[in-house]
Design a protein around this ligand. Structure first.
Ligand code: GLU
Length: 433
């Protein structure tokens, strides 16, 4: 276990001097400080929330198919559990770092609080490119990671879920490894599992569904007719493809979607169901016929009503924020907008609906899954989607009230809702000892 050095690199402030990209931890801490300035909560609470409770660092040895042994580094950051067990994904990605896990675990704390879920925030991962692993290697790595984290997690302590580079199969291996060692089947230790082993209907689609619901609400709030609203979606994985297809089904005009290789653009609207998502056929967006092809960066500069960055973090930065022509940005990925970019967008009058509200459908259906696992009672897809819709609308209303009451940005308003709930929980529980 290590708490390591978490000092953020202070060299790239909000002045636009961005030689180094802002880390997730820097963005998360700056957002917290900015939002806290509007809030009447004890200073001690904000100071405590700048630091994770714990960060576990583990060595994960893997026997490669070649017979050689390679050791990977894994993390689990546990940020805050005042409102309930830590909750958040595990990513397999070459850019995973301790700082990134901490920043992402902070966002999970706020996300669960905005949604009023009885969870805190966690995030973890392994520094590995899953594309370099065979199926067998992925399974062995996941099982060993589960074993290394076993003491620190559990359905009442910390509940992982899928994130970048992991999926329902990863969660099934993780749950099996944990259960075999504990001597009983414990489906509630992770969420985002296949339905055959306690996964929830609708979980896979849920982050994209919530992004679509929030984009629809934002369009309505700013008086756009959804039938005439143009939308561009960066990233055509689970979040981007599901959001694009639902908005398309609801009548919006999805004019551009992209993957790592570039973007396709049709001013008359794309048939989003005909474009293969990353899960259906990896990196195949550019093979779809379209009147125009653009780079994956140019999609961020399209003059559309709603831009949905749903690929990776840190894509709207001080370098390109001035080129964003959309009226509304709905964050599908975690942390797509740096702190420096946020203030540029605010000055330009671009409304940014934050990740901790927009993509929170994932963790919300994870909560439903956890309830189903604990109660050993399955919900229908209709029930999941109805309860998700209800939760999203109520969180949207809570945040909207703060936007209107104090003329806050959507991000500051979402932080206000989250921090007020967390601060109240900390205040009634008190500081121990
Ligand atoms: N990884 C997802 C997120 O960033 C889901 C987390 C969860 O379901 O626990 O929100």
């Amino acid at each position: 276990m290590s708490t390591g050095s978490l000092e953020a690199n202070e060299s790239n402030g909000s002045d636009g001097e961005t030689e180094e990209p802002e880390t997730a931890l820097e963005t998360a801490r700056r957002q917290l400080e900015h939002a806290a300035a509007n809030l009447d909560v004890e200073d001690g609470v904000i100071e405590r929330l700048k630091h994770p409770t714990t960060v576990h660092r583990v060595a994960v040895p893997l026997r490669r198919d070649s017979g050689e042994v390679e050791v990977f580094t894994g993390y689990r950051a546990q940020h805050d559990d005042v409102r309930g067990p830590y909750k958040g994904g595990l990513r397999f990605h070459p850019h995973v770092s301790e700082q990134e896990c901490v920043g992402l675990s902070m966002w999970m704390t706020w996300k669960c609080a905005v949604m009023d879920l009885p969870f805190g925030g966690g995030k973890g991962g392994i520094i590995v490119d899953p594309k370099d692993l065979s199926e067998g290697e992925k399974e062995r790595l996941t099982r060993r990671f589960a074993e290394e984290l076993r003491k620190f997690i559990g359905p009442k302590k910390d509940i992982p879920a899928p994130d970048m580079g992991t999926d329902s199969q990863t969660m099934a291996w993780f749950m099996d490894a944990y259960s075999m060692q504990e001597g009983e089947t414990i489906p509630g230790v992770v969420t985002g599992k296949p339905t055959a082993v306690g996964g929830s209907e609708g979980r896979e689609e849920s982050p994209g569904r919530s992004v679509a619901i929030i984009a629809r609400q934002a369009a309505e709030y700013y008086d756009y007719d959804l039938e005439e609203t143009t939308v561009a979606v960066q990233g055509f994985g689970s979040v981007g493809a599901n959001a694009a297809r639902l908005l398309d089904d609801w009548g919006a005009n999805v004019v551009s979607v992209s993957d790592v290789n570039g973007a396709i653009y049709d001013p008359d609207g794309l048939d989003t169901h005909a474009v293969p998502s990353h899960e259906e056929e990896p990196e195949a967006v550019m093979s779809h016929d379209a009147p125009e092809k653009l780079s994956n960066e140019k999609i961020l500069e399209l003059d559309v009503d709603i831009l949905i960055p749903a690929a990776i973090g840190n894509v709207i930065t001080a370098e390109n924020a001035n080129d964003v022509e959309a009226d509304i940005v709905v964050e599908g990925a975690n942390g797509p907008t740096t702190f420096a970019a946020d203030s540029i967008l605010e000055e330009k009058g671009v409304e940014v609906i934050p990740d901790i509200l927009a993509n929170a459908g994932g963790v919300t259906v994870s909560y439903f899954e956890w309830l189903q696992d604990i109660n050993r009672r399955k919900w229908s897809l209709d029930r999941v989607n109805e309860e998700l819709e209800e939760k999203m609308l109520s969180a949207w209303d809570d945040v909207r009230e703060e936007v209107e009451a104090d003329d806050l940005s959507w991000r500051d308003a979402a932080y206000t809702v989250a921090l007020s709930r967390i601060a109240e929980a900390k205040s009634v529980r008190g500081l121990w000892p």
